[in-house]
Design a protein around this ligand. Structure first.
Ligand code: HEM
Length: 157
């Protein structure tokens, strides 16, 4: 869901103001965003209550540190995307949707939407490309070069 939201969001920005489906499309983008946010909260509670799997025993201490840092950063990005989307939308004076439920902006309109929009539309997506790219390349290195054949299985299993 998270990955599909990036091209979905790019398309949202391209829809002409007068297109008949613009509002419908925004409802879908916002609904999925709120869903991702809610699932993330469930996931964070789950993480606290269950025992996290141990990292692969063959990892060096520096690799363990980096794996931990990248995981935290991925969670921060997962959280930051829906939050910046919501704040940008609210400062713009528009409601947020969760299916048929409509949440009106919690505060007044302001030009601050430009700053929040810069994060939602540019800074965070580029950070996601870099971090996710590094994460995937790291996993492939472990699988194909270091021959830790369990690495990929553990990520998708
Ligand atoms: C995980 C959640 C989300 C992701 C990954 C995401 C991603 C994106 C991306 C990549 C863009 C377009 C960037 C561009 O212009 O190229 C975008 C646009 C947009 N997003 Fe999100 N979004 C998420 C959640 C939300 C939420 C929760 C809201 C509002 C409540 C929201 C509101 C919007 C709006 C209104 C636009 C269009 C902005 C404009 O063109 O001015 N997004 N989103």
């Amino acid at each position: 869901m998270f990955l599909s939201m990036i091209p979905m969001g790019m398309f949202a920005s391209m829809i002409p103001q007068d297109a008949w489906f613009r509002n419908h499309y925004y409802v879908v983008h916002k609904t999925i965003g709120v869903l991702i946010f809610s699932l993330l909260l469930v996931r964070l509670i789950w993480n606290r209550r269950s025992k996290r799997p141990e990292l692969d025993a063959s990892l060096k201490p520096a690799e363990r540190k980096w794996a931990h840092r990248v995981h935290i950063l991925l969670y921060v990005l997962l959280l930051a995307m829906p939050v910046t989307g919501f704040v940008m939308t609210s400062y713009h004076g528009y409601p947020t949707f969760f299916f048929a439920w409509e949440l009106q902006p919690l505060w007044g309109e302001s030009d601050a939407y430009i700053i929040w929009g810069t994060f939602h539309k540019y800074i965070l997506p580029y950070l996601i490309y870099i971090i996710l790219g590094a994460h995937i390349l790291g996993a492939l290195k472990h699988h194909f070069i270091d021959r830790h054949t369990t690495a990929l299985k553990r990520m998708v299993g």
